[in-house]
Design a binder for this molecule. Structure first.
Ligand SMILES: [Zn+2]
Length: 92
């Protein structure tokens, strides 16, 4: 029923452009600044992240669920929901 939103441009692309333009350009995961001049495939490049992952019921298009993040930080969180892998050394 709500086809109008899906047809006129891509809502996520628009939300992304807006956040990038109007946001603070600070990574919400590590707190570091994000350089908008970096190429998109750069580890520290700007990306739109989701506070609640889509796989856990987060809304892909809700601006309230959007956050700015480095590509590195974004993908690191997206691939692993749990803690990062521990190094082999386990000293108590
Ligand atoms: Zn970061």
């Amino acid at each position: 029923m709500n086809w109008r939103r899906g047809r006129s441009g891509r809502p996520l692309a628009r939300a992304k452009a807006r956040l990038r333009r109007e946001g603070a350009n600070v990574c919400w995961r590590c707190g570091g600044g994000i350089d908008l001049d970096l190429p998109p495939n750069h580890p520290m490049a700007w990306t739109l992240d989701h506070k609640v992952p889509l796989s856990r019921g987060g809304d892909a298009l809700d601006p309230a669920n959007h956050a700015e993040a480095h590509r590195r930080c974004n993908s690191a969180a997206g691939n692993r929901v749990t803690a990062p892998p521990q190094p082999t050394s386990r000293r108590w």
